[in-house]
Design a protein around this ligand. Structure first.
Ligand code: UDP
Ligand code: MG
Length: 167
């Protein structure tokens, strides 16, 4: 099945200069990159992204992690990969959520760690199923930022939208 999947290179991945490395590993999947950008994550975006974990004791620290507060890197790299069995291929490469349990050759097994407080700093996010992927991709990207039509979109005439243009 052709799928799309959201990948985030989390602030620890950026701080450890792992971007090239992670993208090289993901290239092994032969999937197509259909969207990519650097994002300054807002608290609202981080909380919405991880809303399924809001009752967990580590939620506050997890949000600080995605916001870059733990690494002094207030950004993440967001990408959408697209192709046959994209979710399974990317999750297999990423490895288990707990970096200590992840296969040593996986991305998380190679570069992740558990902090002294127990948070899993695992360098990469990968959507876990097609419903999560759709929710997350729509949360992180606008339709015009994705070079294929993944989900139905519509055109509107937006009036009085404040945005930056080149001076
Ligand atoms: N996480 C954690 N401790 C846990 C479970 C999750 O620190 O016991 C963090 C970890 O960074 C993980 C993120 O919360 O990547 C989201 O958790 P999820 O269960 O969605 O795992 P994932 O889909 O990222 O493998
Ligand atoms: Mg998840």
């Amino acid at each position: 099945m052709i799928q799309a999947v959201l990948i985030l290179i989390k602030p620890d991945g950026l701080k450890k200069s792992l971007t090239g490395n992670i993208l090289s590993r993901l290239a092994e999947t032969k999937l197509e990159i259909v969207a990519a950008k650097m994002v300054r994550v807002s608290e609202a975006l981080a909380k919405e992204h991880y809303r399924h974990l809001k009752d967990k004791p580590f939620f506050g620290e997890l949000i600080d992690y995605l916001l870059g507060k733990l690494h002094n890197r207030k950004k993440v790299m967001a990408l959408v990969y697209w192709g046959e069995e994209a979710i399974k291929k990317c999750r297999d490469l990423a490895g288990a959520t707990n970096p200590e349990e992840a296969e040593a050759t996986s991305i998380r097994g190679s570069y992740g760690r558990i902090t002294t407080s127990g948070l899993y700093e695992n360098v990469i996010h990968v959507s876990s199923d097609i419903n999560d992927a759709e929710r997350e991709i729509k949360l992180w990207f606008n339709p015009e930022e994705i070079i294929v039509e993944l989900y139905p979109a519509k055109e509107i005439i937006a009036k009085e939208v404040k945005k930056q243009i080149w001076a």
